[in-house]
Write a protein that binds this ligand. Structure first.
Ligand SMILES: [Zn+2]
Ligand SMILES: [Zn+2]
Length: 118
C-alpha cells in the first residue's frame, strides 16, 4: 500500500479513509478540496450578490440626491457606471466656491446620512 498520497501527505491511519469502491483517499487532500470548493462557492455567491446590487442600482431612476436619471442628466463613465450630471455640476460649482473644504463637508453630510440637496 502507498504510504503517501499524490500530493505527498503521509497516509497514516488518521489521514486516510477508504472509499466505497475500495480506494484509499487522503484526508488532508480532501480537506483542501473542500476548502477550495467552499471558496469557489463563496466567490460565486459574492458575484451573484454584486450582480443583484448592480441591477438594483440600474433600476433606480434617481441619483442619491433625488435627481432624475434622464437621458440628458445621465453621464456614462467609460467603465459603464452611471453618473448624475446635476450632482457633478453642483460638485464642480461648490468646489469652485469652497475649495477642498467642500469635499470634507460633503463627506461629513453623507456620513450622517443626510445628503443635502442644496
Ligand atoms: Zn494528500
Ligand atoms: Zn444627482
Amino acid at each position: 500500500m502507498r504510504d503517501r498520497c499524490f500530493h505527498g501527505h503521509v497516509l497514516h491511519a488518521g489521514n486516510r479513509y477508504v472509499t466505497r469502491d475500495g480506494r484509499v483517499r487522503c484526508r488532508a487532500c480532501h480537506a483542501t478540496e473542500q476548502a477550495r470548493y467552499r471558496r469557489r462557492l463563496r466567490a460565486k455567491r459574492t458575484a451573484a450578490a454584486t450582480a443583484v446590487a448592480a441591477a438594483n442600482k440600474r433600476a433606480r431612476t434617481t441619483c442619491t440626491r433625488g435627481h432624475d436619471f434622464t437621458d440628458i442628466n445621465t453621464y456614462w463613465t467609460p467603465d459603464g457606471k452611471r453618473r448624475c450630471r446635476r450632482c457633478h455640476a453642483d460638485r464642480v460649482q461648490y468646489y469652485r466656491l469652497f475649495g477642498p473644504r467642500y469635499e470634507q463637508w460633503e463627506r461629513a453630510l453623507f456620513e450622517k446620512e443626510m445628503p443635502c440637496t442644496f
